[in-house]
Ligand binder design. Structure first.
Ligand code: SF4
Length: 436
């Protein structure tokens, strides 16, 4: 979501006459769009801002701003750590940055930071512009905020209450993207399964989110649709069947579980049980047997015992996740669990984290090896990071595929025979002739 917010801001700044430079040293403005979900991300952002401010004598005109969730959460408090910051802008005010920068450049250096943290009705609709140019894959923000209160999470505080964009606006944005060459859209929201539930009726048993998926699928030129993230609570049969019935909806779903222990799920304020989660997985596999499933899990949540952890490990074995983001619990000031004891020792968290990653790695490798010898349809996204003449894209199951080919293939969906696999990547060869 931050990546999408940053892109929308870059597009707005371009409209106001600003331009992106490749080299940081050539910039008059550096804006750090920050995350507050984990402590490590905050430490990194503060370190980066401090470095920029400490070297400002070399570039005295430079304006430095902090945006996003950490700005929202810490507000003016950031000035204690980072005196000399020029801008502190919260999550619902990012679209006002062009005017704020104009103001900063117009005024003589007062040494005072501009701070804007207020909430704004309709701000979710401001995340709609894209930087010009053809891009095979694009993110589309469909909603902002979250009404849940997961005990470890700071997002409801930093992003505010759930606010949805109108379906027609989202469809118009996707249509414009298709016209400029985008083939795949990923619909973004904190809980996409809640999309439109207050504004739109269920029609023919289909939730507003499924209606949105159908509307986006009807756009000529959009070939692939993905979304992130659904919440297990809102995952019903209509959505599982959408994977079966909407060919453009890719067979890969990110379904955060967080823990396999009902006791810990309850303490986390996650309103489902491990059994319910497994039922959703079964429902999805019933609709699409080879669907790829990824997840998020937290280890070392306060009070997590060996038995609780074993339940999570067992769930990992049972589901056979294709991919998992495993996090060691870190207390977030401002989250509902702010003051609770962080009572699982770091070394135990580390062991549990590695154990889950090992299970996931085994299953992910087995799945990736099952592609070897098969031909996968790959949407070519651009050059691979390493290797001259190598291209990178993803198969329908969201696995990264690397192969040799010409730059003219970027933006096309091409057949690639998979030759080898690692936990994270499939290597293959382009199958010629290409279908016309
Ligand atoms: S559902 Fe829970 S974890 Fe996800 S954004 Fe909302 S509060 Fe945070």
């Amino acid at each position: 979501m931050n990546e999408r917010d940053s892109e929308a801001l870059a597009a707005l700044l371009a409209l106001s006459g600003y331009e992106v430079v490749e080299d940081e040293a050539a910039a008059d403005v550096i804006l750090l769009n920050t995350c507050a979900v984990r402590e490590a991300a905050e430490v990194k952002a503060i370190g980066k801002a401090r470095h920029l401010l400490e070297h400002r004598e070399e570039t005295p005109q430079l304006k430095v701003g902090i945006l996003g969730c950490m700005a929202q959460n810490r507000g003016r408090g950031l000035l204690k750590n980072l005196p000399g910051l020029d801008l502190i802008v919260g999550t619902q005010q990012i679209h006002h940055i062009p005017e704020m920068l104009d103001q900063l450049f117009a005024q003589r250096d007062t040494g005072k930071a501009l701070v804007e943290l207020s909430s704004e009705e309709g701000s979710q609709n401001a995340i709609s512009r894209h930087t010009p140019g053809k891009k095979p894959c694009a993110f589309v923000s469909i909603m902002q905020g979250c009404n849940m209160r997961c005990a470890y999470c700071i997002v409801p505080k930093t992003r505010g209450r759930e606010r949805c964009r109108p379906l027609a606006d989202i469809v118009a944005e996707c249509r414009a993207l298709a016209a400029s060459g985008t083939r795949e859209v990923t619909l973004l929201g904190q809980i996409v399964t809640s999309y439109g539930r207050r504004e739109m009726p269920v029609v023919g048993g289909k939730s507003p989110f499924v209606q949105l998926l159908e509307a986006v699928a009807a756009i000529a030129g959009i070939e692939r649709i993905r979304f992130t993230s659904p919440h297990p609570r809102g995952f019903r049969r209509d959505l599982a069947e959408a994977f079966r019935d909407i060919p453009k909806l890719m067979p890969a779903v990110h379904l955060p579980v967080q823990s396999g222990s009902d006791r810990i799920l309850k303490a986390m304020n996650r309103p489902y049980t491990a059994e319910k989660y497994l039922e959703i997985v079964a429902m999805l596999r019933d609709a699409v047997p080879d669907i790829c499933i990824s997840t998020d899990a937290i280890v070392g949540f306060p009070g997590e015992t060996e038995e609780d952890f074993r339940a999570t490990a067992e769930l990992f074995e049972a589901v056979r996740f294709d991919m998992a983001y495993v996090f060691k619990y870190s207390p977030r000031p401002g989250s509902p669990l702010d003051a609770a004891a962080d009572d699982v020792p770091e070394a135990v968290k580390e062991t549990r984290c590695n154990a889950l990653l090992d299970i996931m790695g085994r299953h992910s490798l087995a799945r990736n090896q099952s592609y070897v010898g098969k031909v996968e349809k790959v949407l070519v996204e651009g050059p691979a990071r390493r290797g001259e003449g190598r291209l990178m894209g993803h198969n329908p199951g969201a696995r990264k595929v690397v192969f040799s080919g010409g730059a003219d293939l970027v933006g096309k969906i091409v057949p690639v025979r998979i030759d080898s696999a690692t936990v994270t990547t499939l290597e293959g060869s382009l199958q010629l002739p290409l279908p016309s």
